[in-house]
Design a protein. Structure first.
Length: 421
């Protein structure tokens, strides 16, 4: 592709980014009712799956779903096979959105797998149940689910790029959603790409990229590290990880007393179902309030959890009055379980754009910088962009949310350049 053509496409991208952000704001007034019983049945995996049909990325079923204007494409809800952290097969769900716009770059239409930010732990929070709408209310559960990926979707779709959005393991489907599980987040992202190509009968050499912010940034970074061994068949060109939580222990300590304090419960619930040693520790060390918190957040979306537990400190949840961070520091089994989720020990096979704000009130910037230095030391083509967003009502999550806005265009431009070759 000529440099003139590439420049014109990047100019179009700038224009579409403005349209995308404005359109996302425009649809914020739309509220979607809870999914129908038919949609709920979609999330129940088959009772038995043959070994051939359980291979990672295998498409289990699909279902067209409406896409609210101004999103320029057609959406399909999918169930596909992916893997638990021990590589055991598991079904997960997600959404694939095919753009109306044609792809004007070289080669087949590319696919960007966009990892959603923190949605919650209840099944009603699954992003595939909010396709095309910013908000869904479940009156029966007094729950409010939020869709955080609309701006990215608009920008990518307007430029002819297919978008795949995973729900992650256990979100919507049976089981516990394992929040910030490094391996399972990576596998769900990678296999969503495989399933999207299968759904659209796309060529096997179709270019792919991973992107996300917050939890989605963590999943994108983990996917970049894992894809070389897990899916060497895929033509992955790049990854963008915005505000990624690289060290879950550090993140747990960071959100103490903030609006997102209750997300500590998401972490603990996820560890308890993957590490047999963790459940007895929680049963022994948490007081009744702490155990009630774990049970409550397991069925909540992040907005619900913020209302219920925002501003609290985990010292109120332990038998000894220690924080969860202090409990981890003296408990080897918890250290091991949380240490397994640390990103930065692997080596991405693709270029990576890291974006983070030093003032982020939920994501430790030092952890992002540490991974950047580690990857550079391994010869990875990694770039770190710092967002100069000032502190905004520290502890409310506003700084974290605001830092996403200036990253939207640079992230899309970075991925477009990778697709341009």
């Amino acid at each position: 592709m000529s440099s003139v053509s590439a420049r014109s496409r990047r100019a179009a991208l700038r224009r579409s980014s403005v349209v995308a952000v404005g359109a996302a704001a425009a649809v914020l007034g739309g509220v979607c009712p809870p999914p129908s019983a038919q949609a709920a049945d979609f999330y129940t995996p088959p009772a038995q799956v043959s070994p051939a049909a359980s291979q990672p990325g295998t498409l289990v079923r699909s279902q067209p779903v409406p896409l609210m204007p101004p999103l320029p494409g057609t959406a399909t809800r999918i169930m596909y096979m992916t893997s638990y952290q021990d590589k055991t097969p598991v079904a997960a769900t997600g959404t694939v959105v095919e753009p109306f716009a044609g792809w004007r770059g070289p080669g087949p239409r590319p696919t960007v797998v966009v990892g959603p930010g923190t949605a919650g732990q209840g099944d009603q929070c699954a992003p595939s149940k909010l396709t095309g709408t910013p908000i869904a209310v479940d009156p029966g559960k007094s729950s409010l689910a939020l869709n955080f990926v609309l701006p990215e979707m608009l920008i990518l779709l307007n430029n002819g790029i297919r978008v795949a959005i995973p729900d992650y393991v256990g979100m919507g489907t049976p089981g516990v959603a394992t929040y910030l599980n490094r391996a399972e987040g990576a596998y769900a992202m990678i296999d969503a790409a495989r399933a999207a190509l299968s759904l659209k009968n796309a060529p096997g050499n179709s270019p792919i990229a991973f992107s996300g912010y917050g939890e989605g940034g963590s999943a994108a970074a983990a996917a970049a590290e894992a894809v070389g061994d897990y899916a060497p068949d895929l033509d992955v060109r790049a990854a963008h990880a915005g505000a990624p939580m690289m060290d879950v222990t550090s993140t747990v300590n960071k959100v103490e007393g903030t609006h997102d304090a209750g997300t500590i419960g998401y972490v603990l619930n996820g560890l308890a179902v993957r590490y047999p040693a963790v459940r007895p520790i929680l049963d022994r060390e948490l007081n009744p309030a702490g155990k009630a918190m774990l049970a409550a957040v397991a069925g909540q979306c992040v907005a619900d959890t913020g209302l219920a537990y925002g501003g609290q400190r985990s010292t109120a949840w332990t038998r000894t009055g220690e924080s969860i961070g202090q409990l981890v520091a003296r408990t080897p089994a918890l250290q091991k379980a949380l240490g397994d989720q640390q990103i930065g020990r692997g080596k991405p096979k693709v270029p990576v754009l890291l974006e983070a704000a030093p003032a982020d009130d939920l994501v430790p910037f030092a952890d992002v910088r540490r991974v950047y230095d580690a990857w550079r030391g391994k010869g990875v083509a990694v770039t770190l962009t710092t967002e100069g967003v000032p502190p905004l009502l520290s502890g409310t999550g506003l700084t974290h949310a605001a830092a996403k806005v200036p990253s939207l265009f640079p992230a899309a431009s970075y991925l477009m350049s990778a697709f341009d070759g």
